[in-house]
Structures are given as C-alpha cells and as structure tokens.
Design a protein around this ligand. Sequence first.
Ligand code: 8NA
Ligand code: MG
Ligand code: MG
Length: 345
Amino acid sequence: GGPASLSRFRGALVAAVLGDCVGGEFEGAEEVPMESVLQHLSSLDDETKGNGILEYSDDTAMARCVVQSLLTRAGFDERDMARRFAKEYSASPGRGYGSGVIQVLKKLSSPQLSDVYQPARDQFNGRGSFGNGGAMRAAPFALAFPDPADVKKFAHRGAMLTHSCSLGYNGAVLQALAVHLSLQGALDLPQKFISTLITEMEDVESSEATLNDARILKEAEKPFCERLHRVSDLMNRSKVSIEEVISELGNGIAALHSVPTAIFCVLHCLQPRECLPENYGGLERTIAYSLALGGDTDTIACMAGAIAGAHYGIEAIPQSWIKCCEGAEDADMNAERLHMLYQQT
Ligand code: 8NA
Ligand code: MG
Ligand code: MG
C-alpha cells in the first residue's frame, strides 16, 4: 500500500501482537537455535496439531489499553490511560509484567492519586525505570497521530506513566518514530531510514534530563544515538553473526538493549538471509530472526513486528499465524479505527 495505507496500519498492530504471542515461547532463554524457532513457527501452520491459542503478555495487554484510550478520548488523556493500565493489571495480573512496574500499576489504581506520573517517578529510588515496558506499547502512538512532533510528545508522556527514566521513555519515543517512518514507506530507503532516526534522536537526547541520566548510568552521552550508529554499522556488513548482534546491541529488558535491536532485526531481514527459509517473506523473516536472538524475545519480536508490519502491510502476515494468536483479530479491527482517527487529525 501507499504511505499510511490501511494495510500498513493493520500490519503494524497485528504483527506486534504476533511477535508478543509467538515470542513468549522463548522469553528469557539464553540461546535459541534457529531450528527451534522454525519448528515453533511451522507448528502454527499445522492445523492438525490443534495447538490451541498462544496467549499475549504484558506487551499486548498494555498496548490494548493505549489503543482503547487513544480511541475513546480521540487523543492522549493521561488519566484515562493510567486508569486503563491499572484496571487491566488487576483483571489479569499474570501476563508476565516486569517485577518493578507492578508496584506502579498497583498505585495507579488508587482513587486518591492526584498526579498519575508520581508512582513512576518513585521507582528505583527516584531514578525511574529504564525497562522496555514503555517502548513495547509505543506503536499505537504512531497510528493515532500523523504529525511526528505529536508522535514524539505523546509516546513520551504515555511511557512516563510507568517509565520516568529517560533511558526508558526515550526508547518509547524511538520505537514510535520507527513505526511512524515505516508507515510512510521510509524502509524503502534503509540507509535514509536509520540516518533519519539518528537525526531525530540527536534532538530528543539533547535534553538536560537525558544527558543527566546518561551520566549517572555511565552510558554514552547520547545512548540511543550511539546504539543507532552501531545498527547502521552492522547493517552495512555483509555477514553478521547472532552473537555479534547480541554483544553489540543486546537482547535484554532495558529499552537501550532492545529497541535498537528490534530496529536492526527489521533492517537485517529486508533481504533474504541464508539462515532463514527461502519461502519466508520479509515479515516472517523479521519475526523468526527476532526470536533467534533469545533474551526478551516477546518484546523484541513485538517491537520489530510493529515496524515490519507497517512496512509490509497486512497481506504479508500468514493467516495461520493470526488464527493462533490471542488478540490478533482485535488488533486488526482496532487498526481500522486508528486509521480513521489518524485521518481526522
Ligand atoms: P520494569 O519497569 O519492572 O523493568 C524491568 C526490570 O528492569 C526491573 O524489574 C529491574 O530489574 C530493571 N530495571 C529497570 N529500571 C531500573 C533501574 N533504574 N535500576 C535498576 N534496575 C532497573 O518492567 P517493564 O515494564 O519495563 O518490563 C520490561 C520487560 O520485563 C518486559 O519485556 C516484560 O515482558 C518483562 N519481563 C521480561 C522477562 C524476560 O525474561 N525477558 C520475563 C518476565 C517479564
Ligand atoms: Mg511480555
Ligand atoms: Mg518481554
């Protein structure tokens, strides 16, 4: 489809859910042989197995809250979004939430709470969380707002409800920007895609709060920019091993060790790869490759899925995968509603 087509919206939201659902199988595994990934994925095609439904985790549970809030309020409303996070957590606490964020979600359900951003600020002795929980639910912001300035502003505020450390919320801004660019067709020019992200993040990471957090955590002056330069270096190499990707970019639960990784997965899988089946299209390659990195597989595949889905569109997603994943059909319907909201704004 053309820029911001309905197919791209559907692809983004549905592939994010698929990444989360199929990635759950390997979450936290240190090493994941590609053979196991391909076996897992091909079992989804095998209807005779009747392997039931793959459940979504915190990634999708919170993204659904973001979507519902943006749609119901026709824009960003922090109190409404916070209330939905809290309600969702208390209804289904067993979705695999990070151990820290649970405290925030419990505090957000208090009716006495006057500042919905305060519980997040109190995390980790006042430093805030740098986990990828803000980034994992950031894609819908790119589907609700056409103006990149709004995408950045609201992805930031939406993440701040649980992640007040800049290394957490800037990951959400980066993820939302990557989905925004991909929706516009920017992955047709991969080199320009990554250099645009670097330029954007140069600006985002020049804030006083960001520079200060990076100093305290002994990271590079502009941590996400530094990682995006690594992504750019890796994508220009003819051969890259999984071990190198993990050691250069990471596969962990910190936003810094997973958002640039997800972006790399998408870029790396734009072309056919030796380690992946020839009959796989780009979207299937991206999901499979993300899982083979191990670590926080559901979240990395969810984020890579959103970016790749926005590029390839809904037609690239195997029907058999959609049928196996809880929440995939809902995501498809919500993508259509977000597409209407996007066009109204
Ligand atoms: P979070 O805010 O609780 O952060 C996740 C974890 O990161 C925390 O529990 C801490 O261990 C660590 N952390 C974050 N900020 C700091 C800090 N300032 N100082 C010290 N440690 C810190 O949760 P989240 O919403 O960011 O979730 C992140 C990931 O964890 C998600 O992928 C989610 O699915 C979850 N999770 C991951 C695994 C896994 O094995 N990869 C398993 C279960 C849950
Ligand atoms: Mg999860
Ligand atoms: Mg995860």
